[in-house]
Design a binder for this molecule. Structure first.
Ligand SMILES: [Zn+2]
Ligand SMILES: [Zn+2]
Length: 163
């Protein structure tokens, strides 16, 4: 089967403004810390001819598995990234070029998607995280703290009961 993200562009090169729309999928396997994207990436966009090559504009999206940086709750969320990539007849510094009359829009789309993965995701802005002493999820259960017990008001009561 033809790769949907390898777009034939021979008829666009040198024809400024002539364009072709594309949409396709490719499996990706990306990781940043505890955040992962493993599965199909969807890419859609448009390739436009320029004097010396083509310009691709694309939007990439995929389901990411994220883990809260504070409380370790995990969830799935769609991550989206947009970008542009110019492909010349001769390879440029990025190594992106027109090969055999086609361009691979999947590679730069994957790179943009990797950059869009949050490095330290939070389940919600005000997540309280886990108690560093007992590990209780403080969003669900205020563990009461672990201060010096003799400072607590209960210490005096306990002394009364003990005597
Ligand atoms: Zn959280
Ligand atoms: Zn605690």
């Amino acid at each position: 089967m033809r790769d949907e993200l390898v777009i034939p562009v021979d008829d666009l090169v040198g024809h400024t403004g002539r364009d072709r729309e594309f949409q396709g999928e490719r499996p990706v396997d990306l990781r940043l810390g505890e955040s992962t994207i493993k599965g199909p990436m969807t890419v859609e966009g448009r390739v436009v001819g320029t004097i010396d090559g083509v310009n691709a504009r694309f939007t990439a999206s995929a389901e990411a598995h994220l883990v809260c940086n504070r409380c370790l709750t995990d969830w799935t969320e769609t991550i989206e990234a947009t970008g542009t990539q110019h492909y010349r007849i001769e390879p440029d510094q990025d190594g992106y070029a027109i090969v055999d009359g086609s361009v691979d829009v999947g590679e730069p789309a994957k790179d943009e998607l990797a950059l869009a993965i949050p490095a330290a995701p939070l389940c919600e802005e005000g997540c309280l995280g886990l108690c560093p002493t007992c590990g209780t999820d403080l969003n669900r259960d205020p563990c009461g703290g672990h201060g010096d017990e003799s400072d607590s008001p209960f210490a005096a009561l306990r002394d009364l009961f003990d005597s």
